[in-house]
Design a protein around this ligand. Structure first.
Ligand SMILES: NC(=O)c1ccccc1
Length: 525
């Protein structure tokens, strides 16, 4: 692009913005030095940097008609066919609307990125296509992923397939509703505080927030690099294992979140029907003290009893810092979201790796033009998160990060004795969607309801793998059980889920969808 020439006035404004008092001599020196910096930018426009490859041809994409989108769960339809063979051959895949697919609009559920079309495929997209997957569309996401209920997307409410008057959960609302309703086979979501597991729990499917850094986040829209995860969503534990196997693993240093190059296990081969020798810790702080919500707790405890029937040993455990997870989460998401996602225009990441140069331009433009059209939860991060960082200099962001290290150690200590921790994923079932003319206050209370993330957010900050497992129904609505494991033990939590599924029946099925046959139950619970 053509850079605007640097003027003395521009330098003076920049100095003011940086809180600097400069006399004219100093300003003129900056102007002179600045010519070199501009020339460097021009030279960067002459060459191309690393760009992830686009390997498979793709036709057009379009927003579906309302009649073909009953849950409003598709943001965009497309059809990108990958390799003819592979571990996902013939499987249809939906991706959350913040995972770039070349040539397919990516909106982030937000006015911020309106009109943006990526020119490259994310690493996880290439991996899905290389292994035979067929991407049939993009799932609606909440506005910049900042909502646990399906009420905030610029594309409108997403409806829960179990009861279309209810929330699908968030922020991977569309993918969860699509997978649960059978509109696609599998999907990939993103989770910075529970955004895979909350909608998975409330739509009755499997959803894994993998070990931090296991699956490359490369190219996907961040909130804060310390909590960003992408992961698989599926109707069976076996499908989930297959998808994880395909998307996990080091991508050559493009994602600064990845610190290890360890080989990816064959998760599918770790599955079995016995849990003999497994030790399960029931995390006391994960269960509510409130009698009114005890139906969810009881449903989860009933599933835990089934684990025992498969040979697992059940013990009660406690992590007192678990109750601080929400406070860590509040500081990191609001301030990190303000710094990295918003001020950083989606590329404010520390460290080496691939940066989406185009999304930076789109987001900066979107912030200048459309900030007033963002959902209130995004405005909350921008205002209060920005305020906290400015006034306290990031002190409380740093304190939150440091407490997260202690929280991790507390779970690690428990996980020396037990193999998995178990707790309800969300302590409530899906709430009703408000009327279309509901107030912003009402929508925002739903989106940011602390009940939704009280349990899930802890593991974003500690990095442990955490999986939602469908655990039964309360008043006809799905309830999820969360299994958390040691760092790198994603295969263990999936194995536990699979054994349960195999011995005690498939997840219940929402109205209008036939049961899967892939993992036929041995016996009904
Ligand atoms: N992105 C998230 O995981 C999230 C979930 C719920 C509320 C806010 C953020």
């Amino acid at each position: 692009m053509t850079l605007a020439p640097l003027s003395l006035d521009a330098v003076r404004r920049a100095a003011e913005n940086a809180g600097l008092t400069m006399d004219d001599d100093e300003l003129r020196m900056m102007l002179t030095l600045g010519q070199g910096a501009l020339r460097a930018c021009e030279r960067l426009d002459e060459v191309s940097g690393h760009q992830p490859p686009v390997r498979y041809p793709r036709a057009g994409s379009q927003r579906p008609d309302a009649k073909d989108n009953p849950l409003n769960a598709w943001a965009v339809r497309c059809d990108v066919r990958g390799a003819a063979t592979g571990r996902l051959a013939g499987r249809t895949v939906a991706l959350k609307d913040m995972i770039p697919v070349a040539g397919v609009p990516m909106g982030g559920g937000s006015r911020l990125l309106r009109g943006h079309t990526p020119s490259y495929d994310a690493t996880i997209v290439t991996r899905v296509l290389d292994d035979g997957g067929r991407i049939t569309g993009i799932g609606t996401t909440e506005d910049l992923c900042l909502s646990g209920a399906s009420v905030s997307s610029a594309d409108g409410f997403v409806r829960n397939p179990w009861d279309t008057s209810r929330s699908a959960g968030g922020s991977s609302s569309g993918v969860a509703a699509l997978v649960a309703s059978g509109a696609c086979d599998i999907g990939i979501g993103a989770d910075q505080g529970g955004s895979i597991r909350i909608p998975a729990a409330q739509c009755g499917i499997y959803g894994l927030k993998p070990t931090y850094g296991l699956v490359p986040y490369t190219g996907c829209l961040p909130i804060d690099p310390s909590v960003d995860h992408v992961g698989p969503m599926a109707r069976t534990a076996r499908d989930l294992a297959a998808l994880l196997e395909v998307i996990a693993g080091f991508d050559g240093g493009l994602d600064p979140r990845q610190r290890s190059q360890t080989a990816v296990p064959a998760y599918g081969e770790m599955l079995g029907d016995s849990l003999r020798g497994l030790r399960v810790g029931v995390l006391a702080e994960g269960f509510t003290a409130d009698e009114a919500q005890s139906a969810v707790d009881e449903t989860v405890r009933a599933r835990v009893a089934l684990l025992a029937s498969l040979g697992a040993e059940i013990v009660d455990v406690s992590a007192p810092l678990h109750s601080y997870a929400m406070d860590i989460h509040s500081s990191v998401l609001l301030q990190g979201g303000a710094q990295f996602m918003l001020k950083g225009n989606g590329i404010g990441l520390p460290g080496k790796g691939f940066y989406d140069a185009e999304v930076a331009l789109t987001a900066a433009r979107g912030r200048a033009l459309h900030s007033d059209l963002l959902f209130a939860s995004v405005k909350y991060a921008a205002t209060v998160g920005g305020h906290l960082w400015d006034v306290y200099g990031g002190h409380y962001y740093a304190k939150a990060q440091n407490l997260a290290i202690r929280l991790r150690h507390q779970y690690d200590q428990l996980l020396e004795d037990v193999d998995v921790l178990v707790l309800p994923t969300v302590r409530t079932t899906a709430p009703p969607l408000p009327d279309a003319d509901a107030s912003v206050v009402e929508l925002t209370e739903l989106a940011l309801d602390p009940e939704l993330i009280a349990n899930t957010c802890a593991f974003n900050h500690t990095g442990h793998p955490a999986l939602n497992v469908p655990a039964g129904l309360v008043d006809g609505l799905p309830v999820g059980m969360m299994l958390a494991g040691r760092h790198g033990d994603d295969g263990v939590v999936i194995r536990v889920a699979h054994a349960l599924e195999l011995n005690h029946g498939l997840a219940d099925v929402p109205p209008g969808r036939a049961a899967d046959s892939a993992d036929a139950p041995l016996a009904r619970a």
